[in-house]
Design a protein around this ligand. Structure first.
Ligand SMILES: Cc1cc2nc3c(=O)[nH]c(=O)nc-3n(C[C@H](O)[C@H](O)[C@H](O)COP(=O)(O)O)c2cc1C
Length: 194
């Protein structure tokens, strides 16, 4: 979704500088047991930070927009994003106009509120409404599908009963097109105000 959004921005001539947040010890996906899945769910619910590698100096500057992108983990921003905000948030987001970009199965609002609060504490001058993408499948399949994916037990057979209810994990192609268009829209806005 983020790549499509960036593609939209770049198609309008906007220069985008990207920085991946790279966890020093990333969680293994898929999780090796249900016990492990529950442990990680609890850790992330209680906002355990995932330490990231030091970010590049290219991130420090005065930007038209800073986009902070990441998934929802247990109703909150993910561990790497939380560590980023703790350690680099002030220097990267202070005085900047920030757009949160969220990928979530369904429940992103608390994530957004927490992120907004943290960004304000970092001194962000504007925190815009987030760009949000949720998984497009209906419940209960979308929750069951997420659990199966996290355990590496997704049903592979395309014509299976389950796959009729749950065509695939995550976001779909149409959402990719929406992300592209949203990127273009922001690009046009930036060009008009330039
Ligand atoms: C540890 C973990 C916890 C999650 N918790 C939530 C949650 O509380 N609410 C939600 O809507 N989605 C939750 N999700 C699903 C992700 O937000 C969703 O899959 C999102 O699209 C992230 O993209 P990814 O799975 O490709 O990383 C969780 C995913 C993981 C791995």
């Amino acid at each position: 979704m983020l790549n499509k959004f960036v593609e939209g921005l770049e198609s309008e001539g906007v220069v985008v500088i990207s920085q991946c947040l790279v966890p020093v010890s990333p969680y293994e996906f898929p999780f090796r047991s249900y016990g492990r899945l529950i442990k990680v769910t609890l850790e992330t619910f209680f906002l355990l930070r995932s330490r990231i590698e030091v970010i590049d100096k290219k991130c420090y500057g005065d930007w038209d927009r800073v986009i902070i992108a990441g998934p929802t983990w247990s109703y909150h921003a993910s561990g790497p994003v939380l560590d980023f905000l703790d350690r680099f948030g002030k220097n990267v987001c202070g005085g900047q106009h920030v757009i949160p970009f969220i990928s979530s199965r369904a429940y992103w609002r608390l994530h957004y509120l927490g992120l907004k609060w943290r960004l304000k504490r970092c001194g962000a001058s504007v925190v815009e409404k987030p760009v949000v993408f949720t998984h497009p499948t209906r419940e209960p399949w979308r929750t069951i599908g997420l659990i199966m994916q996290m355990r590496g037990k997704m049903v592979r057979k395309e014509n299976s009963w389950f796959r009729k209810k749950y065509p695939g994990f995550g976001h779909n192609r149409e959402q990719g097109n929406v992300a592209l268009e949203k990127g273009r829209e922001l690009g046009r806005t930036l060009n008009e105000s330039a």
